[in-house]
Design a protein around this ligand. Sequence first.
Ligand code: PLP
Length: 342
Amino acid sequence: SSANRATLEYENAREKVAQFLNSDTKEIVFTKGTTEGINMVASSFVRDNFSKVIITPLEHHANIVPWHLAGFDKESLLVCDIDEDLQIDLRSFERLVQKNPHSFVSIIHVSNSFGVVTPIEKMTEIAHKHHCTVLVDGAQSVAHFPIDVEKIGCDFFLFSGHKIFAPTGVGVLYGRYELLERMDPYQGGGAMIEDVSFEKSTFLEPPLKFEAGTTNIAGVIALGRALEYVQQVGFENISKQEQTLKNYFSKRLHQVAGVRIYNDPSVAIFSFGVDGIHFSDIAILLDKQNIQIRAGHHCNMPLMKKLGIQGTIRASLSFYNTTSEIDAFFTALNKALQMLKD
Ligand code: PLP
């Protein structure tokens, strides 16, 4: 029946994801996105089992606010340092985990604002040396390079479908099986139970234990297809094209008069400002030329505060972009800047 086919395809997508991350289907939980996954881990696992959470200054709000909600505060949510190029200061990170062993370490993999790639394998190794548990927010990394959770060595890895060409409202939480077993269900309802009486309920094994109610079946199947597409294109081709685009964009960006560049990104995500001009004004004038960029704090308010700015203009590139689109972007940007300076 078509209902059976839907179930089959849903579970096929789980297999696809498991293979994509080099993990096992038992360790793949479907969520509605990275945000939901982090909230799930925070409220169902970390709140009751850890007294400290360690993060980096590069975190998206999705990896800050759930910790506040789970009761972590100034004393228990600890932040390592970054250097002037916005790279993780590994010595400060090591000091922090050494001083706070058995903590929960939650780290962004690629900065959504500045394209910084964190040294995730090294950080995981350091964290594990001090008996910490490690979550990696892979929202911005999955679409750019292959992910191997075994090789990274992390305990949790999360991403969102829409960052890798799938629809919105679907995401993945990978968790090491023995941790998923220890973790409480996040929500209760149908599809996740083994037995229910009026007195009590017992639950299915992971991952189903975490998939209460009717899930985003169509979204999950589409995510499986999107991953197939990415594998067909191939990360080698993706990376080659992204490097070409990144170098070209960077060269053009450095030629813009008065431009403020904060770092040399590893992934083609460019954040910049222009002296004396507000980012919102540039965004509006670009929009009028049919170019939509994001301007503002990009859900990184603490980082912007640390840099002493309110926000940036951000342009990010993917393998499907072309150098002529970059030319069109800079023509529009230069026109906007000319108008604002006049
Ligand atoms: N983490 C990072 C690094 C992100 O860039 C984003 C989204 O922009 C998120 C987490 C949150 O993802 P979602 O809104 O899909 O839950």
